[in-house]
Design a protein around this ligand. Structure first.
Ligand SMILES: Nc1ncnc2c1ncn2[C@@H]1O[C@H](COP(=O)(O)OP(=O)(O)OP(=O)(O)O)[C@@H](O)[C@H]1O
Length: 344
């Protein structure tokens, strides 16, 4: 199959790419800048394709960047296995002060969930990680290297990040097969037959069969979500590098029935298990970050939780500590009680 970007169904140019690929729900000025940067880089958008040229960690640290301040390190996180660090991060949208001094660290190989009341800024943090939004104040360090602003062509030499949006963000004009196999059609040397087979296997893994030739508009919301998940976990069997190294999921199970949720939760888990089996450790699959409200997802898919409330991290702990926490905010959230510090 020819490149989808050059095909008649997906002719990639500045005028039409955002129509074809930009998530159909919502608009964000900063996201649009990101889209533009990716268009310039001739990369697909909604998969949040991250940088292709991964360098080994030691080489990475000595890389030269246009902005000299990018070479700043946090001394203590440089060699302590910390992959990602947020230091006193603030973000407002107009008069709405969403993040008000967020601090946390995530180590290599962790499966972390971020939870908290609706509208508290969970997706905003995820977008800051992915480079779709820039913090107003504070510092974000990735592998000990300070990042300023958004992902751009110049500083895309960091991690490969796969982001599954809440909306699924499928390419409306491509079939399910083309959506799921997008990266492989565009960037791998795999023959079409093989891609077709892997796409069907990956779809089957998320509980979808015989949907390959459908268009996204012919799918239910839950099916779209699973197609997006399939797209995030499909990988090039001929490549030695992991694509992606960081998986960010925004509400991967919201709107799914309980059984479909379990399928997705186990699948998220299995990405980690697969990396462990294949490479013996998790050093290469760096991080899974899941934004969720679902208790089942908290229990099944992640090891550690970060609780965000009123723009700050108010609790961090292992998943099994969540229900026994004595923190009144966590207790109220876990029980769904109307009385307590969280007010709606
Ligand atoms: N691009 C934007 N422009 C303006 N306001 C925004 C933008 N993105 C988010 N917001 C606002 O910021 C707040 C936090 O949004 P966010 O999506 O991060 O919350 P959340 O914790 O993920 O919520 P939920 O659990 O309901 O998905 C909301 O009030 C939202 O309306």
């Amino acid at each position: 199959m020819n490149s989808l970007m050059r095909s008649s169904v997906f002719p990639l140019n500045r005028q039409n790419v955002s129509y074809y690929s930009y998530p159909s729900t919502g608009y964000c000025e900063s996201d649009n800048k990101f889209v533009t940067s990716l268009i310039n880089a001739r990369r697909p958008v909604c998969c949040s394709i991250a940088p292709q040229n991964l360098k080994p960690a030691n080489e990475f640290r000595t890389s030269k960047f246009k902005d000299p301040s990018l070479n700043l390190f946090t001394e203590d996180s440089k060699d302590s296995g910390v992959l990602l660090e947020c230091k006193d991060v603030y973000k407002s949208f107009g008069e709405k002060h969403i993040l008000r001094g967020v601090n946390f660290r995530i180590k290599y190989g962790e499966a972390v969930g971020i939870i908290g009341p609706s509208g508290t800024g969970k997706s905003t943090i995820l977008k800051i990680f992915a480079g779709l939004l820039a913090p107003d104040k504070g510092e974000v360090y990735i592998r000990g290297r300070r990042r300023h602003g958004l992902i751009s062509d110049d500083d895309m030499s960091g991690l490969r990040i796969g982001l599954v949006f809440q909306s699924g963000a499928l390419f409306d004009s491509l079939t399910v097969r083309e959506n799921v196999g997008f990266l492989l059609y565009e960037h791998s040397k795999m023959p079409d037959d093989e891609i077709k087979e892997i796409v069907s296997e990956t779809l089957a893994a998320v509980g979808l069969k015989e949907v390959e030739d459908r268009m996204p508009s012919e799918l239910s919301g839950g099916m779209k979500k699973r197609v997006a998940l399939a797209r995030s976990i499909i990988y090039d069997t001929t490549s030695k590098t992991i694509e992606p190294e960081v998986l960010l999921y925004d509400e991967p199970t919201a709107g799914l029935d309980p059984i479909a949720s379990t399928v997705v939760e186990d699948l998220i888990r299995s990405v980690i298990a697969k990396a462990k089996m294949q490479w013996g450790n998790l050093e290469r699959l760096h991080l899974m970050w899941v934004v969720t409200h679902q208790h089942s997802t908290i229990r099944r898919a992640v090891d550690r939780l970060v609780f965000l409330h009123e723009g700050k991290v108010v609790w961090e702990g292992m998943t099994h500590e969540f229900t026994s926490s004595t923190n009144p905010i966590v207790q109220q959230f876990a029980s769904g009680n109307l009385d307590g510090p969280i007010r709606y």
